[in-house]
Design a protein around this ligand. Structure first.
Ligand code: ATP
Ligand code: MG
Length: 391
């Protein structure tokens, strides 16, 4: 099925997540995000009749393309290409007549749902009537427990939606309902996954990347750009700040005890990120940090890093196994980019034995040798802003 002949796609969201006063806002945002995800396809309109979301197709569109677009929109629980018919059972039967000509199956069930309780037939009566009709046409048997095909019938106030398939959406909350955060994105495996998870919880995510220029190539930046472009499919536009960090690292290395270098790098990254977060009105910083994965990610070091920040630091991967992160990176499509070789600035001037438990007093002492505001300012002055859009 390359071109989609159904006249609409019905989109369902998880009711539970959207209960209460926020619900209309969530539904509006979800509809708006679906509009953004499909606006370039032409002839696609997003409607929200009777608390539902319908993607109305005014001309034939490529189903694989449309399906991929919908799968990228957080908040969608599942979706189905559907046909709208009039409310009379004869109209549903006329549609089934043509739809059945294109399918063969041995067993089926009808799943009728009434949103309009004034409909003259109960769901059970309608299941029975349409079931008999399908049985007569196809000789297939009714199987309520494990049918090969389920024919869904949604009775609305003015019309009926009939559909055969349900496709899983990505779940989560519509991007934009949970506020704005700033993600520290390296070229590695973890931070793109962390950013993805924040989008899935409804945040819009801005990005900052630190590259080792002028001492390292900008390969890590190219990867970060590619990763941001890939993730933009979920939020439709993104902004990435690229900060040259090599010179700051050199100055840290000149004065600080070698075991503290990694923690100091991180503290400076955070301070610079916080300035950017303030400009961008981001409410939190996001990292791909994970407990115990590498020397810098012990509780002691996370504490020493956090102490340089005022904004909350969100670490959505804190409790994941590396294998779980890799699986997710593969699922969301960032893995192939992340594993390309680069020169991450964090590995610049790394001593053989970095501290696994930096003492905050020692960190403070080391930073007294540095002009902290000047270094932060120096980093900010190199910041380059890049914009990304999708589609
Ligand atoms: P990742 O796979 O995300 O690089 P990692 O397991 O390599 O993570 P670290 O190198 O210790 O872990 O980095 C921890 C976190 O610090 C990263 O997840 C990221 O959020 C941030 N970070 C590290 N390097 C950079 C960088 N060059 N630019 C921006 N953020 C970075
Ligand atoms: Mg890394």
């Amino acid at each position: 099925m390359a071109g989609l002949r159904s006249d609409c796609v019905v989109v369902h969201y998880h009711e539970i997540a959207l209960k209460g006063e926020n619900r209309p806002m969530f539904v509006r945002r979800l509809a708006e995000n679906l509009r953004k995800a499909t606006h370039d396809l032409g002839g696609v309109r997003i409607l929200t009749p009777y608390g539902r979301i319908l993607i109305q197709l005014e001309k034939e569109v490529s189903w694989p393309v449309l399906r991929e677009r919908i799968r990228g929109v957080f908040g969608v629980a599942n979706f189905s290409p559907a046909t709208r018919t009039a409310r009379e059972p004869e109209a549903m039967e006329a549609f089934l007549d043509s739809a059945l000509a294109e399918r063969t199956f041995e067993s089926f069930r009808i799943a009728a749902r009434r949103s309009d309780k004034n409909y003259p037939l109960t769901s059970v009566e309608l299941n029975y009537r349409l079931g008999r009709y399908v049985q007569d046409r196809t000789r297939a048997r009714v199987d309520l427990k494990n049918p090969e095909v389920t024919i869904h019938v949604e009775l609305l106030r003015k019309e009926v939606l009939v559909y055969f398939e349900k496709h899983a959406g990505p779940g989560g909350l519509p991007v934009g309902v949970s506020g704005h955060v700033l993600s520290l994105i390296s070229g590695g495996i973890d931070s793109p996954v962390a950013s993805y998870l924040m989008m899935k919880r409804g945040c819009t995510v801005g990005f900052v990347h630190f590259h080792g220029s002028p001492y390292l190539t900008k390969a890590s930046l190219e990867k970060a750009e590619e990763l941001v472009q890939h993730l933009t499919r979920h939020q439709f536009k993104s902004r990435l700040y690229a900060v040259a960090f090599g010179e700051i690292q050199r100055l840290i290395v000149l004065s600080a005890p070698p075991p503290l270098r990694v923690v100091l790098y991180r503290r400076f990254m955070l301070r610079i990120a916080e300035e950017i977060a303030r400009r961008e009105r981001a409410r939190a910083i996001v990292t791909g940090e994970n407990l115990g994965q590498v020397a810098s990610q012990t509780l002691e070091n996370l504490t020493a890093i956090q102490a340089a920040a005022r904004l909350p630091i969100l670490r959505p991967l804190i409790g994941f196994d590396k294998e779980e992160i890799i699986d997710l990176a593969k699922t969301i499509g960032t893995y192939p980019v992340s594993i390309q070789p680069d020169q991450d600035c964090c590995r610049l001037f790394i001593p053989p034995h970095p501290s696994v438990a930096a003492e905050i007093d020692e960190v403070d002492k080391a930073e007294r040798e540095l002009n902290v505001p000047d270094l932060v300012k120096m980093g900010l002055e190199t910041a380059q802003r890049m914009e990304f859009t999708f589609p």
